[in-house]
Ligand binder design. Structure first.
Ligand code: SIN
Length: 313
């Protein structure tokens, strides 16, 4: 049974990755979790300089989910190179560096700083963080900027280039089409949805930044609909993300059109969830006499005439 997946010349052992921001830089869990049972690790977003992120409170639980307003806190690319890359070189699953920035120049500089390291198998570009004033959503909701970022980064790397899209737009498929035409190798669908929570006794917002990004099982049906929409619009592979907690969830994403999936918020509950999900997908396929997990990708049976999404495409 073939579990592997190839993206722009890069072969992932299986179709389960861990999502940016939910697994540190990948090295913290070594010895605790068998990371080599994963298809890949996506690092926390890296910027040129270290960032402290937003003031606390910046995480709050919600029904079946979590709101975060971390604000892209990270150690900066230089410290990542010095302290994390040597440890990551010891693992055999694919390491994808996620990049966030407040200018196009910064995206380019971070990518150029990392491109020559063999252990960095590819890049995921965060144009979708809802928690920062510069960059993030202000780029990700502006198609002209997303196109420019993709074009500039494409010129600078031959490694797989994955653009992580926001669901906080009217039609995510338009953004997917735009980055595909600029040479992106794949899209990650979706980042978090803007949300807000209020303490009814103090009347204060539960996050210091008022709003944050909603993740977890609460967003799973939204994410699946976005994957389905994007699958109908582009030919490049989709990495599906949003509330996955089980192999059954992962298979739903594959059927909707994801070529691979990323486990996010659930890593905070069980850091070995990704490995368990990969094992569950394998067993399911064996039981169903499916010889390649890829057979499931986009295999949903949907009555297209009744789908409103078709009229957007
Ligand atoms: C954050 O650091 O604020 C979360 C990252 C993201 O939503 O892209």
């Amino acid at each position: 049974m073939n579990e592997s997946f190839t993206l722009a010349g890069l072969t992932f052992r299986n179709r389960v990755l861990v999502a940016s921001g939910t697994f540190g830089y990948g090295d913290e869990v070594l010895g605790l979790v068998d990371v080599n049972a994963l298809g890949g690790i996506v690092t926390k977003s890296l910027s040129m300089k270290p960032r402290d992120g937003n003031p606390a409170p910046r995480i709050t639980e919600t029904a079946s989910g979590m709101l975060n307003s971390i604000g892209l806190a990270n150690i900066g690319v230089q410290k990542f190179i010095e302290e994390k890359i040597p440890k990551l070189s010891l693992i055999s699953c694919a390491v994808i560096a996620n990049i966030a920035a407040s200018s196009i120049e910064e995206y380019c500089a971070v990518l150029e700083a990392l491109d020559s390291f063999e252990v960095i198998a590819g890049f995921e570009i965060n144009v979708s963080c809802p928690n920062v004033k510069e960059g993030g959503l202000s780029f990700g909701t502006d198609k002209t900027k997303v196109v420019l970022i993709t074009k500039e980064l494409r010129r600078r790397t031959k490694k797989p280039l994955i653009i992580k899209l926001t669901p906080n737009v009217t039609h995510i498929s338009e953004f997917a089409r735009a980055v595909e035409s600029e040479g992106a190798d794949a899209v990650s669908v979706i980042n978090t949805l803007i949300g807000m929570a209020i303490d009814i006794r103090t009347h204060k917002t539960k996050l210091s930044t008022v709003t944050g990004g909603l993740s977890g099982p609460a967003i799973k049906p939204v994410a699946i609909a976005k994957v389905y929409e994007v699958y109908r619009a582009v030919k490049i592979p989709i990495l599906g993300i949003g509330g996955i907690t089980s192999w059954e969830d992962a298979i739903e994403f594959l059927l909707a059109g994801a070529s691979a999936i990323q486990v996010g918020t659930y890593n905070f509950v069980d850091p070995s969830a990704g490995a368990k999900i990969a094992a569950g997908i394998k067993l399911f396929c064996e039981q169903q006499s499916i010889s390649d997990v890829g057979e499931l990708v986009g295999a949903v049976q949907a009555e297209r005439k009744l789908s409103v999404i078709e009229s957007w495409l």
